[in-house]
Write a protein that binds this ligand. Structure first.
Ligand code: PEP
Length: 233
């Protein structure tokens, strides 16, 4: 069974999120899909649809607090209202664009781990590190596990090379295999690949032994495409 996750990032309205989720939900039901399907919509859309048991809905981010004075952030007081128990942590856009440090990421991880959340934890190297070869890439990736308890039972990992995210250029199957096998040797958790996964390459990527599914941005935002992605795995 594969895990197929859609990350909306800063896309979709409440209306289009509701329509998307309704369509995917009925597709899963009518096609008896066995794969685990996860969707990470924007926080502002979380009450625009009914949460169905066929889908796991998560947030793309939240602050490691219940509530308080953290302008612009949401905490568990807000997440509890929607029954959210799944969170994406360590995404490269948060690490590189929003400058979240490993210390902040680990703090967030430990907070949500204590609450039993399912955590999809992302790691990935930038192009200049990839160019240095596999050994340096793995060294860089392992640094992203600093202060992260990798034995946590509700942990799902996602290897997302920064240079492959949103670029249309996925890592090669050889690159994915090499990194996934090395990580899997150390950490026995589901490991998704992310980075320009699309209808055309999802089947091949997910058929690699050490790939347990995919985390998808761009190619997952149109329901028709996401349905085809689900069908192709
Ligand atoms: C992502 O945002 O996690 C991602 C993998 O994006 P894309 O599929 O667009 O590369």
């Amino acid at each position: 069974m594969a895990i197929i996750a859609s990350n909306f990032k800063t896309n979709h309205t409440r209306k289009s999120t509701a329509a998307f989720i309704k369509e995917i939900d009925s597709f899963i039901k009518s096609n008896s899909i066995k794969n685990e399907i996860m969707i990470f919509p924007t926080a502002t859309s979380l009450d625009s649809f009914e949460i169905s048991e066929n889908l796991k809905i998560g947030v793309q981010n939240a602050y490691p607090v219940e509530k308080g004075s953290f302008t612009g952030e949401i905490g568990t007081q807000q997440l509890d209202e929607f029954g959210i128990k799944t969170i994406l942590i360590g995404h490269s856009e948060r690490r590189h664009i929003l400058k979240e440090t490993q210390k902040q990421i680990a703090e967030k991880y430990n907070f949500y781990k204590e609450l039993g959340y399912t955590i999809v934890y992302c790691i990935g190297e930038p192009l200049e590190v990839k160019k240095l070869g596999l050994e340096k890439t793995l060294e860089y990736l392992y640094e992203q596990f600093e202060n992260i308890d990798t034995n946590y039972e509700n942990l799902i990992l996602a290897y997302e090379p920064v240079w492959a995210i949103g670029t249309g250029v996925s890592a090669t199957n050889e690159d994915i295999k090499a990194v996934h096998e090395a990580i899997k040797k150390k950490i026995d958790k589901p490991l998704l690949y992310g980075g320009s996964v699309k209808v055309e390459n999802v089947k091949e990527i997910c058929s690699i032994n050490s790939v347990d599914g995919a985390l998808i941005g761009t190619a997952s935002w149109v329901a028709e495409d996401f349905k085809q992605i689900i069908e192709n795995t």
